[in-house]
Design a protein around this ligand. Sequence first.
Ligand code: CA
Length: 414
Amino acid sequence: MDPDVNQEEFIQGSSRSSMRRLSCLLLLLISISYLTVPSVCETVDLVQNGGFEDGLNWWMSFSYCIQLPRDGVTTPYRSHSGRCSLLTECGTGGEHCFGVGGGASQNVHLSKTSNLKLSFWVYLYGIPQINSWTDIALIADFWMPQARRTLVYYVAWAENIPIYTDFPLPTMASENVTNLLLHGLQCDKWNYVERNFEEDRNKAWPNSNLDTAQNVTITLIAVTFQRLSLTSKGAFWDDVSLTYDKASEPTTTPAPTPTETPPQTPPSTTPPAPPSPTPTQRCVIATTVYGSTMANEVVYMRHVRDDMIGSNEVGRLLVDEWNIFYYAWSPSVAQFIVTYDFLRPIFQVLLLPLLGIVCLTAYVYVLAAPLNVIFASVIASLLAAILSTTVYVVMPLVLIRTIHRKRLNLAPEA
Ligand SMILES: [Ca+2]
């Protein structure tokens, strides 16, 4: 017996056994991630395109003064996550209008209004410490069959004059408008605001049954009432979110569903061709496989990529590097799937491990983020890279090698 051959067989057997154990461990980890992250996966966001990565899709831009239009616009100049945010800018009042500014709004359909959490990031600029004659606010309008109630979350307001109880519409009765002044927000930096929507609503109108509200319109606006303003001022908005936790929802009542209001530029449900990766950097393969940019799987993947990992400078750098690599080859794969449509269900199965990896990545990010968001982005990216490479590169190679060797062993000797 040749001891070298025995040693080689022993090493090969040992490496196969290690690979099997690694594969089992990975499968176990991915399965556990599916079971243990329902809170992450089942948080439903009713606001569409709240990170403004798809331009103003789902949002409607408007100006406070028609003669001096200053619509809300999306901009890559500054963002909290991803590449873009919404800019609402104030202007000089001049002689034409009492206030100049504008914003963007989105109508959200509610089948019930409980367990709702409102959150957003806002970056104020050009606002002095004391009074600027400027109102910057997120406005929530509840629409009911016979009435309308308005909650105004001020992030900046004209401190030296009484608050406009009828802002933004002078015709609204003040008892229907509730102003909430959000203190402690700072200029020239991103501020995070999170509100219990239900609590605010019930405090504002304890005796009115707002459960009957079927729609809420969320408006982001910046308006100045200064006649002569030399400085540019306003706000950037990002990651606007109105969520409810599916897990905590009573089973006896129907679940809220995303808005049915047609968007300004509705995404195609059956893309005839693979979606373009620019400028919004959609997940092209997942979008092609699941048939829509708004498919739950695609929205979730994008959310983890842009709003979690890409929520800080280092994370965004990692996401950018990944995008350069990914978009170098993914449009060809997407085109292939479009050409051979019957492959779509196969790709849906092939993407299941990726969904598990994304859930696990999100779980790790959520665990690590309270320590440090940059650390969370790095560790989550690293985990995603290692798991994806192992599942989609290493394991298939090992499988091919094993099959090849078995064939060689079975081949009759010459
Ligand atoms: Ca964004």
